[in-house]
Design a protein around this ligand. Sequence first.
Ligand code: LLP
Length: 419
Amino acid sequence: MGQGVLTVEGVSLRAIAEAVGTPVYVYSAGHIREQYRALAAALAPVRHRICYSVKANGNLVILGMMRSLGAGVDIVSSGELARALAAGFTGADVVFSGVGKTADEMEAALQAGVGMINVESEEELDVLAEVAGRLGVVARVAIRVNPEVTVDTHPYTTTGTKGKKFGVAYDEAEELALRASRTPALALIGLAMHIGSGITETAPFVDALLKVLDVVHGLRGRGVASLTTIDLGGGLGIRYRESDRPLDVNAYADAVLPHLATSGLSLVVEPGRFLVGNAGVLLTRVLYRKKSGGRMIAVVDAGMTDLIRPSHYQAYHEISVDGGDGRPSVPYDVVGPICESGDFFALDRELPELKRGDLLRLGGAGAYGFVMTSTYNARPRPPEVLVDRDRFALVRERETPEDLMRGECLEPPWRSVSR
Ligand code: LLP
């Protein structure tokens, strides 16, 4: 990775760090547009909708960009629904997935007129039918099938293997879908799957799709004529380090589209990481250096509270040093200020020799970065900046300690209850 003067599009990261401080997330609008267009072009041979997975990065400006590009959204909570609506999406643009939707969330979704609710269990189906019946509406549903295929990704991001909490067990999916199709408050319009995240091979998508199509055939054979949609989920893997071989979207399209073409169903995909992962970086500065037990340690001003992926999944994020060109290479543990030994970004990583105040860029931080932040150690969350060509804008302010105390009090407002 280059260690010269670091930029995102035409803007120097040093200028952003000086203007808004560190740590800070910086996103490239241009990269998001390129990724969206590449995927849309690859899927062009079939009727499709790209429903951006809000959980990857829910910043309103990014959601607004997705909407302008023509995307719909995949949401997982009423909080994400509120964000999507605030960004100008209509209910019809929304697919609502998630293993534990509450009745209140279903009600909010039905009131917003969401396009499709992906149901993940029999009990959930009953609750949805009850809520829709009470509201006097018909809920458009898909059954999320667990296709029970093997996927080579981190165990925490595998969702489509046998026994996982996600989706309806494969051998029960057809019966449940049939039930949905016969429930007056429900319209069965599709089948859905999402087999995991960060998948770089096409084979698991094809294996899973074929199994889901078997369920489609089974249902059609039993007289169900209402299916219009197949939702393949997200999961398209990207490059985090130079040696990674990311999923090629054209290979993905070549592998899955022919199977769909014969089904007559239109396609929904729910990518998150593919669209925004490499659009984002996290900027942080070196606070202190020290040696301990023969290791060189660089303490930076971002921590696991700002980007949890290295700590939580042992994820690799590239680190570049602004102005680091030409310096000797030294192995560092790059760690944050949080009171946890798991608070690190890289262990034993060869980097240009670091100085106090150096600006570091952590790559691949656009997906599951800001959205997974916490405020542990009473650390306000970092701001977010969007770059478009030669301009940048602060699109979320840095949180303040006062923000974190909102809703608390010194004197408890007791309420008496009789026993
Ligand atoms: N659809 C559903 C139903 C999902 O559960 C997910 C992600 C997606 C779509 C989008 O997946 P993507 O295209 O981004 O891979 N925090 C983890 C990733 C968890 C993904 C959860 N579900 C990480 O940092 O790697």
